[in-house]
Design a protein. Sequence first.
Length: 283
Amino acid sequence: MSEEPDSTAVRTALWRGLHTLVDDPPHVLDDAIGVEIAGVDETWRARPDMDPARTRANRASIVARARAVEDTVIASGAGQYVILGAGLDTFAQRHKGPVRVFEIDASATQAWKRARLVQLGLLDSTRLHLVPVDFEAGESWLDKAVEAGLDPAVPTVVSMLGVTMYLTPEAISTTLRQSASLAAGSIMVFSYSRPIEMAPPEVRPILEGAAKGAAASGHPWLSLLTPDQAAGLARQAGFADVEVVTSTELHERYFAHRHDGLSPVGGEDLVIATAGGDHISPE
Ligand SMILES: C[S@@+](CC[C@H](N)C(=O)[O-])C[C@H]1O[C@@H](n2cnc3c(N)ncnc32)[C@H](O)[C@@H]1O
């Protein structure tokens, strides 16, 4: 396999898997398949970025955002789900219902994932459509997804988790605008990271380390957003209804009854935005 996957996508998949292995049940998300797709050797748990104690906040944030999106998809009743910057997302493998899934990602990571899914016998091409798009290259994810079979006239859920920080503000706005042009009732959920100085003091060193690690691995954080900026981008893109769900609210929703102290507070927030069906040019 010549292509290499995006290292940040592998890391978040491993954190989801780590959650099922080291955190107490009930798990916020049960995703062991991502580790299988990652195809890492048995030493993966000894990686410094997989230290169970040091990475608690990170994996809590990653499973919280994934669970919130999956709950949104299921509650919406939508028949189409688009995952922007899908990485090693495994919704399509874990949810066998009628939802058609369109995964959008950069071509190298996606080609690598396709090969892994084929190798593992996990690629169901009747439900899962893999669409290569580079959000920074002026390509329209919407046009490419429609070419692959997406119906833009029916309500759709679109997610973009753990991606905005790696994009320029212009690329974020373009991807949001294309999402806002979908049928009325379509829902977009995206996560964003706040500027480090907004985080609780005890979380700041973790974020500073993560920012340095991201830059060193060739994936610098380009866009950190305040809640107002994130909501503002969604409104400017044309969404009719925009709600911010903070990491504290995600804690209340999914972690408040845990006894192991696992919490996503200080990690990524979400914006949940609903399209109103006004004519929005996706350009
Ligand atoms: C941190 S990973 C998140 C993956 C997945 N959403 C998750 O939550 O595990 C970031 C993903 O965004 C994708 N990505 C980053 N920049 C991109 C771009 N310019 N165009 C398309 N995909 C991009 C990467 O390939 C990677 O899969």
